[in-house]
Every structure is written in C-alpha cells, then in structure tokens.
Design a protein around this ligand. Structure first.
Ligand SMILES: CC(=O)NCC[C@H](N)C(=O)O
Length: 130
C-alpha cells in the first residue's frame, strides 16, 4: 500500500512550479499504478493552453472558479467544485482560472515527473522519457 500526505510532498521534489501553476505529484509512473495522480493549483487570473497529445487526462475541480474551452469545438464550460473534465480525445484546451483552481488530475499513461510542457502544449510520450 502507498500512503502519502500532500502536505509533506509539498516540500519535496514531487512539488513542481511552472508558469502560474504548481503541481504536487502524489503518484508517478515509478509507483506502478498505470496512472499518475496530481494535485494542481492554477493561479487566479492565469490562462493555460495544454494539449496532451500522448496522454489521457481527467481533472476534478475541488476548489475555485474558472472555465475550459475546447479549441476544436469552441465550446466553453464552467469549472467549479464538483466538475470533472476528461480529455478523452486528447483535446487541445484553454484553461482559465478566475480564482485559484485546485484540481485533482490523473494521467494515463502516467507521467514520470521529468516532463515539461513542449511548445505545442504536450508532454513527451512515455517511451521518450526516462
Ligand atoms: C490541470 C492540469 O491539466 N494539470 C496537469 C498536471 C500538471 N500540469 C502537472 O504536470 O502535474
């Protein structure tokens, strides 16, 4: 069994900070679960374009307020506590935080923790990262 405390991981290398978001990786590829599990906080007022071409991702909003736009359809959906979105089509999207957004995220395949967003908004496919 794996038991981890978000409040302890926040002070380790499992906690990463990027442009106006932070993420604490509760589970990574090396944990062998077949998915990774992240707590991501997106700063109020920030906007992010992501395109996880090589991963499926589902995201659950625990706290905050914002919106997500599906770039392919132009549709925008409200994000608030209780709302989940799943990028089942590897959907390119824009995420906007009106308030700090606290999100619980799962990636399949799992990320290793070394990925950085590439210019196209993606993370490298699993076979390209150690
Ligand atoms: C909200 C969202 O898409 N989070 C993705 C995870 C985060 N970028 C990370 O790398 O941990």
């Amino acid at each position: 069994m794996i038991v981890r405390d978000f409040n302890e991981l926040k002070n380790t290398d499992k906690h990463v900070a990027d442009a106006q978001w932070t993420s604490t990786r509760m589970l990574l590829a090396q944990d062998g679960m077949g998915f990774s599990f992240h707590i991501t906080i997106l700063e109020a007022g920030s906007e992010h374009t992501f395109h996880y071409k090589h991963h499926f991702e589902s995201v659950y909003c625990m706290q905050g307020k914002g919106s997500i736009t599906d770039i392919a359809t132009g549709e925008t959906h409200e994000i608030k506590p209780g709302v989940m979105y799943a990028l089942n089509l590897h959907d390119k999207h824009i995420l906007r935080a009106e308030e700090d957004l606290h999100m619980a995220c799962c990636f399949n395949p799992p990320v290793t923790g070394t990925e950085v967003h590439r210019e196209d908004g993606s993370y490298a496919p699993a076979e390209e990262v150690a």
